[in-house]
Design a binder for this molecule. Structure first.
Ligand code: PLP
Length: 360
């Protein structure tokens, strides 16, 4: 008779709860930082035509040379830096964690941060240190520097802007961390399109800086493409862990095509930023709602009874993210992704109705 699974699966895996994706059919979907706009029809038709001729019987180009060249130009990647592609940036986080997971190695980040940093540390059997942000969601630089000195983390992940708080950290503080770190520092710029700041220009300054981007939040979440930018010394090693055909032919084709029209996604990002400003103002005008500053395509807010408001919103057909209970700094916090103007209006209306409801 085979052993029971709890004698076979690693205990730390048995203990995990899977990354939770909420059912969203028929809902106003403002929970996952997706770009609400689709591609223009002429581009979609062009893609369909190209897709018809794709050699889907063949493996994709594992070097993705032509896609990388397009990314290099679109993102103004500095000369001398290499690119590694991932099936979303989630996969890149996993590759990095696997690469540095020597016995006793530590992966460090902040809390609250993107939950995959911690989860992937567990997958890769690497120790995890999450340093709490200050109450205003800024970096606790002193604690971070002492933790770096004490635990010598092999890698530090910093999302810039941060998810789920939405803010940009002080760039000089991040630079101090990069300079103090004995290992790699990955600056995760998933929300770069909505912020006016980047570490791209600092890559040449810091030999241990790796910059991560994704096309997901920009508008191509369904295609799954993330990229890591850094020195060849680092990327040559990490490439060894990348599964050879991790980026499919369809993703390579479509992303390259869309990058030939860089203005499309950029203009959508501009529209999202404008809506973000409108929405922040509307939220600030509501009684009992605290609105946090954001440089991303979502807004973090605090209400009186977040879990109840979250459920009320759902009843109104609006899906957002409830963060209450996920970290002490996020007590009664909700995160809402910026949608189209009519979706945002529906959210605001439902929110007003939900916060007015007496607490039972
Ligand atoms: C969404 C997100 C990612 C992951 O994006 P992919 O879709 O896997 O490319 C990475 N980092 C942060 C901070 C995110 O919010």
């Amino acid at each position: 008779m085979p052993n029971s699974l709890d004698q076979i699966i690693r205990p730390e895996i048995l203990e995990l709860s899977a990354y939770h994706v909420q059912p969203s059919i028929g809902m106003v979907k403002l929970d996952a930082m997706e770009n609400p706009y689709s591609l223009p029809e002429d581009i979609r038709i062009e893609i369909a035509r190209l897709a018809a001729d794709l050699p889907t019987n063949r493996y994709p180009d594992t070097s993705a040379a032509s896609l990388k060249a397009a990314l290099r130009e679109a993102m103004r990647i500095p000369v001398g830096m290499d690119i590694m592609l991932g099936n979303g940036s989630d996969e890149i986080i996993q590759i990095i964690a696997l690469a540095v997971a020597r016995p006793g190695a530590v992966l460090m980040s902040v809390e609250p941060a993107f939950v995959m940093f911690r989860m992937i540390a567990t997958f890769a059997r690497i120790g995890y240190r999450g340093i709490s942000l200050k109450a205003d969601f800024s970096l606790d630089l002193d604690v971070m520097l002492t933790t770096i000195a004490r635990y010598q983390p092999a890698v530090i992940f910093i999302a810039y802007p941060n998810n789920p708080t939405g803010n940009l950290f002080d760039a000089e503080a991040v630079s101090r961390i990069i300079e103090a770190a004995p290992g790699a520092v990955v600056v995760d710029e998933a929300y770069h399109a909505f912020a006016d700041a980047s570490f791209m220009g600092r890559l040449t300054q810091h030999p241990n800086l790796l910059l991560m981007r994704t096309l997901s939040k920009l508008g191509l979440a369904g295609l799954r493409l993330g990229l890591l930018i850094g020195r060849p010394e680092w990327l040559t090693q990490l490439e060894k862990l990348r599964l050879p055909y991790n980026v499919g032919v369809m993703t390579q084709l479509v992303v390259e095509k869309v990058l030939q029209h860089p203005d499309i996604l950029q203009q959508q990002a501009v529209a999202i930023k404008a809506e973000r400003a409108v929405m922040s103002e509307c939220l600030k005008a509501l009684d009992g709602v605290e609105v946090f500053p954001t440089d991303a395509n979502f807004i973090l807010l605090r209400v009186k009874e977040a879990s109840q408001v979250f459920l009320e919103l759902k009843k109104h057909g609006v899906l957002i993210k409830n963060l209450d209970g996920s970290h002490p700094l996020l007590r009664n916090c909700l995160r809402v992704t910026i949608g189209k103007p009519d979706e945002n209006a529906q959210f605001l209306e439902a929110l007003q109705a939900s916060i007015k409801k007496p607490i039972n």
